[in-house]
Design a protein around this ligand. Structure first.
Ligand SMILES: NC(=O)C1=CN([C@@H]2O[C@H](COP(=O)(O)OP(=O)(O)OC[C@H]3O[C@@H](n4cnc5c(N)ncnc54)[C@H](OP(=O)(O)O)[C@@H]3O)[C@@H](O)[C@H]2O)C=CC1
Ligand SMILES: C[C@H]1O[C@H](OP(=O)(O)OP(=O)(O)OC[C@H]2O[C@@H](n3cnc4c(=O)[nH]c(N)nc43)[C@H](O)[C@@H]2O)[C@@H](O)[C@@H](O)C1=O
Length: 307
């Protein structure tokens, strides 16, 4: 990418897309193209074809998707598979038709088998059954990886796939039911503190382990890989460190300054027992995260308080 390249960031108002937008701006890129979902519904094949034919972007970051936490994935199963397949099919195919130089597809760590060995290496893809709660979303994401590889193999397209671990940061979704765990806990502990509620309930047993990456770090990795990575297959993006949900809840409780107790709603799903990324490939390419979890949660909490 050079500073005059025309770059389309699909999903620029979301947590990831907005972080990629900020990163590109801070690096001096000015020719950035964006559309909200109201302006351009990426599920609409003709609208996407017309947009690409008119704008002819050089580079595409595909960060638009139907996204949510464990209960949203499990509840809106049809929406998660249909919307994600439609968005990625339309954007990837229109990129090919209109000669996009390079495209980055964002997947997720949920593409790996539920019981895969830890840490998760890139070559564990398609080696076992998926986690049931997010299987439709994961199937769509796996199709996206395979679509990038197929367009590379048949048409020589330089389309790359990156697999971020669980993310959090600025512009996160704080919906009480549909969000991911970190924004959910920030909101719940904050409201419990404000309303002097004696206990906070978190979902599941608290024993699953997750890895968390600050979205601005992810944007930095995406920028780095867009400049320095041209391979088929996938590359994990994470920190290589994980934490149990119980310990995460204790950390959020401490940062927010809530003094009540924690209870567990075991009627809610735990999901995958552990999802720790093997980040040796990413490190070998020359990128490492900079924001540690406690610091990142403090930054996210400040952002939550500003909204
Ligand atoms: N959040 C996480 O923990 C993780 C996210 N990822 C991946 O990162 C990417 C970005 O996720 P994140 O930023 O968290 O998600 P958000 O929900 O914050 O943002 C998604 C964006 O996609 C856009 N979008 C959704 N549907 C459509 C549509 N039909 N047409 C056009 N635009 C649409 C929305 O645009 P608008 O605002 O204009 O409506 C929104 O800004 C996704 O591919 C996700 O799978 C991967 C791993 C973990
Ligand atoms: C990024 C990733 O996100 C989803 O998978 P997930 O990793 O299971 O993500 P989650 O953040 O929703 O939950 C993590 C853990 O935390 C526990 N948990 C406790 N209390 C709350 C809570 O209040 N909300 C939520 N959401 N979870 C909670 C919850 O029970 C689970 O054990 C995928 O569907 C898929 O979309 C995907 O790729």
């Amino acid at each position: 990418m050079d500073k005059n390249s025309k770059i389309y960031i699909a999903g620029h108002r979301g947590m990831v897309g907005s972080a990629i937008y900020r990163k590109l701006q801070s690096e001096g890129f000015e020719n950035l193209i964006t559309r909200t979902s109201a302006e351009l519904d990426l599920r609409n094949q003709q609208a996407v074809a017309d947009f690409f034919a008119q704008e002819k972007p050089d580079y595409v970051f595909l960060a638009a998707a139907k996204v949510g936490g464990i209960v949203a994935n499990n509840t809106y199963r049809a929406d998660f598979i249909y919307e994600n397949l439609a968005i990625q099919n339309n954007v990837i195919h229109s990129s090919y038709v209109n000669g996009v130089t390079k495209l980055m597809f964002l997947g997720s760590s949920c593409i790996y088998p539920k019981m895969a060995p830890q840490p998760l290496k890139e070559d564990y893809l398609l080696t076992g059954p998926l986690e049931e709660t997010n299987e439709p979303y994961a199937i769509a994401k796996i199709a996206g990886i395979k679509m990038c590889d197929a367009y590379r193999a048949q048409y020589g397209c330089n389309y790359i796939s990156v697999m971020p671990t669980n993310l959090y940061g600025y512009n996160d979704n704080y919906h009480p039911q549909n969000s991911h765990v970190l924004p959910a806990l920030i909101r719940r502990f904050h409201e419990a503190k404000e309303q002097r509620v004696p206990s906070v309930t978190i979902w599941g047993t608290g024993t699953p382990k997750r890895e968390f990456l600050f979205a601005d770090d992810l944007a930095s990795a995406c920028y780095y890989l867009m400049q320095n990575y041209d391979e088929p297959g996938l590359v994990n993006i994470g920190t290589g460190e994980d934490i149990s949900i119980k310990d995460l809840a204790l950390l959020v409780k401490k940062i927010i300054g809530y003094e009540g107790s924690i209870e567990f709603d075991t009627a809610k799903p735990d999901g995958t027992p552990r999802k720790l990324m093997d980040v040796s490939k990413l490190h070998s390419k020359g990128w490492k995260h900079t924001v540690e979890l406690e610091q990142g949660i403090k930054l996210a909490y400040q952002d939550f308080l500003r909204k």
